[in-house]
Design a protein around this ligand. Structure first.
Ligand code: F6R
Length: 250
């Protein structure tokens, strides 16, 4: 595992974008696993900037997003499909048909989960999976529990996640209580995992996930078992990790 400790959010975003762009340049037809949330917004903005400069093309890239709220239409302003369009897809040359986000309006959510797993299998797995981490250690919407959920599944969001995500909605009552999420197996099968973390409020969970026991009570801790994880964070989020494991970047 390699850990890049960046001075601030901007540097963190540039470093994460550097790693994604290295993947895309190295393998133009790669499969990118993508995440939403506030942490990767700067990373996507940097990728868009490099695309606009002509330094990067997504023309052959195919993507699979981690998750989507159940019950939200793709054009709902808080849906993850909408987030991806506004932060990345609408601004680069990725082909719309090559982007995949679970369908939050699926009539049969279980069938949608199976369909999603077939897409990932059909791709032969993800080359680089981008992840954020929730305050409770969730990855995708794999919430703390007594077992690691394997495949794409419907999840009941925890109170802590609803609480954290209500900032994006008009009120807490508007936050959906269920989501579709890729399971831990697909995440672990990615050839490389890039996690981005930012802010002092993430420091404790980052420490638990990477220095504590591997446990489904902290889903991100499973990444300790992956052979190719890159953690990119700002100093505030990483300050509880032992200094000797950090590679400083500015
Ligand atoms: C989003 C996702 C979530 C977020 C996590 C952190 O697709 O899968 O696991 O990565 O909730 O969110 P932020 O970055 O807003 O702190």
């Amino acid at each position: 595992m390699r850990i890049y400790a960046c001075a601030d959010y901007r540097t963190m975003s540039r470093q994460a974008a550097n790693i994604i762009s290295a993947q895309v340049i190295f393998k133009p037809d790669c499969i990118l696993g993508l995440a939403t949330g506030s942490t990767p917004i700067g990373t996507y903005a940097q990728l868009v900037e490099w695309y606009k400069k002509g330094d990067l093309s997504f023309a052959e890239v195919r993507s699979v997003n981690l998750d989507e709220y159940l019950g939200l239409a793709p054009d709902h302003i808080q849906s993850y499909r909408y987030f991806m369009q506004k932060n990345l897809f609408d601004h680069v040359d990725i082909k719309p048909e090559n982007t995949n986000v679970p369908n939050g309006l699926a009539e049969d959510p279980e069938a949608e989960c199976r369909r999603y797993d077939r897409i990932i299998e059909g791709f032969g797995g993800v080359d680089l999976q981008l992840l954020g981490m929730g305050h409770n250690g969730h990855i995708g919407f794999n919430e703390p529990s007594n077992a690691f959920p394997t495949d794409t599944h419907v999840v009941e969001l925890t109170h802590s996640t609803i609480e954290a995500n209500k900032r994006f909605f008009a009120s807490e009552a508007d936050v959906p209580h269920k989501a579709l999420t890729m399971g831990v197996r697909s995440i672990l099968q990615a050839k490389a995992v890039l996690m981005v973390v930012s802010g002092a409020d993430k420091a404790e969970v980052v420490h638990k996930a990477f220095c504590g026991p591997v446990t489904p009570e902290v889903p991100a801790s499973i990444l300790q078992l992956h052979r190719n994880v890159i953690l990119v964070g700002d100093m505030e989020a990483l300050h509880l990790l032992p200094k000797e494991v950090l590679h400083l970047c500015d």
